[in-house]
Design a protein around this ligand. Structure first.
Ligand code: CMC
Length: 432
């Protein structure tokens, strides 16, 4: 807190109050509105939280204009180049890069928790084969919240550590089991000697070659790392709000998964593949679709281009672009998805050179490339958001821990601008 302040004057009553300004380390400073109602009788109104900071956080910093994404101060580019999903998970959760022994024991604890309750398999099998995997995943989390309910003790550090580890280890296993179910295959068992990404690939695609497993696990590990956190987005804010009632972390993360499921949050990479399929199956060429996207009379937009926050290149897109190009180069000409990827590469080229896209800074976003890589690995489209949830469980858990550990932590309780009827007297049904 500094002596900086913002003065608000009520034009009607002439009352005036000073609201303290809190300096941020990076990004805009904030006005502390907590005394607004008490001292001036007003609430602040900001639907969609477009200019509201909902909490204090040390985890992730984003500067959309500059195209910066930092986890605990470390640029995402450096982490993607040098780190792993597991090490990055440790960093997001505990605030610093682990020493060798810290990483060993963190990794051991995660691998020991791969031992997910087999009853989860029965839960998965209850669903129809075409049920959305995000609904199945939410049910799995709900099962875990019931299973671990008697131990619930969120104020206890050991409980928080164990439930965090259990969540990060279990969600990938359950995701692989959901994929086994969708593929109508036997449920595969996890291997405690493999990393999260290796395990996910080996369980999901047991019959591919070792080389293919290696290539896919490497791409997957980076996709997980890139999606591990993105500060106070809708699902993370949901986990915080839900967790603020002191509910089980498994239940809070189930709420986050439900939020992520929506097409305007986690579903964009699925939309990219749908668009590529549409272009492939039509008799029109790529240029036709580029022109449709540029035509103001036409609602069509190029899926996977543009971003609400990043008005510069999404730093995650640059990293995954490289992986997508490397991965696609290794695919042989016979691959049934080759025509789809050729369309994607043509779209990318057009959009990066066309003045409409260049002048509006409509770069390909992370979803454009992650959709392509996931498709190339062989993941069905309906599972893309589950992959996102698997990775984001780390970020959700980090935010949940940060919130519970905050000594000022309170249950979240937004207020409202009431625009309904004023007091109305009840009328008997025959008098209405
Ligand atoms: N194709 C064609 N034109 C576009 C596109 C697009 N994908 N995106 C924006 N524009 C145009 C838009 O018509 C507008 O033009 P003008 O200034 O002439 O009116 C200009 O670019 C600015 O667009 P905007 O709608 O003000 O930008 P926004 O910040 O509101 O929208 C967006 C961001 C992501 C919703 C939008 O770019 C879009 O719909 N993209 C396609 C869907 C997509 O890929 N979504 C995933 C985003 S990443 C999700 C995540 O990280 O969680």
């Amino acid at each position: 807190m500094t002596d900086k302040k913002i003065t608000i004057k009520d034009g009607q009553s002439d009352n005036e109050i000073d609201l303290p300004v809190i300096d941020s380390i990076l990004g805009p400073n904030v006005v502390d509105m907590r005394s607004l109602e008490k001292n001036l009788g007003y609430l602040s109104h900001d639907p969609g939280f477009m200019s509201t900071s909902s909490c204090e956080s040390k985890i992730t910093f984003i500067d959309g204009n500059e195209g910066k994404l930092w986890y605990r101060g470390y640029p995402i580019e450096e982490l993607a180049e040098n780190s792993s999903f597991l090490e990055t998970a440790y960093l997001l959760l505990y605030g610093n890069l682990p020493k060798i022994n810290d990483l060993k024991s963190f990794s051991r604890d995660i691998c020991n928790s791969y031992d997910v309750d087999n009853s989860i398999k029965n839960i998965i099998e209850v669903f129809d084969i075409d049920s959305h995997p995000m609904a199945i995943m939410t049910a799995c989390l709900t099962y875990l919240s019931a299973k671990y309910h008697s131990d619930l003790d969120i104020k206890n550090k050991t409980y928080r550590y164990n439930s965090t580890i259990n969540l990060i280890a279990s969600v990938p296993i359950m995701a692989a089991w959901i994929l086994n179910f969708i593929h109508k295959k036997e449920f595969e068992n996890p291997n405690k000697n493999l990393s999260i990404a290796e395990n996910f690939i080996s369980m999901s695609f047991p019959n591919i070659s070792d080389d293919q497993k290696k290539l896919s696990s490497k791409a997957m590990d980076i996709i997980f790392l890139l999606h591990a956190d993105h500060e106070q987005n809708a699902s993370t804010s949901t986990v915080r709000l839900s967790g603020s009632s002191e509910t089980s972390p498994y239940a809070a993360i189930a709420a986050g998964i439900s939020t992520l499921w929506g097409p305007t949050h986690g579903g964009a990479n699925e939309a990219v593949i749908n668009m590529l399929e549409e272009i492939k199956n039509s008799d029109k060429d790529v240029e036709h679709y580029i022109n449709m996207a540029k035509d103001k009379e036409n609602p069509f937009r190029l899926m996977g281009f543009g971003h609400r926050i990043y008005k510069n290149y999404d730093p995650r897109a640059k990293i995954i672009q490289k992986i997508a190009h490397e991965y696609l180069k290794k695919l042989d000409e016979q691959n049934p998805n080759k025509p789809l990827f050729d369309i994607a590469m043509k779209l990318e080229k057009y959009a990066l050179e066309d003045d409409y896209f260049v002048s509006r800074k409509l770069y390909p976003n992370v979803d454009f490339y992650s959709g392509i890589v996931l498709k190339a690995i062989g993941i069905p489209q309906s599972m893309y958001t589950v992959i996102f949830a698997l990775a984001r469980t780390v970020g959700w858990a980090a935010h949940w821990n940060e919130m519970i550990e905050d000594t000022n932590f309170k249950i979240g309780r937004p207020r409202q601008l009431y625009t309904g009827k004023s007091k109305t007297s009840y009328k008997k049904i025959e008098d209405r």
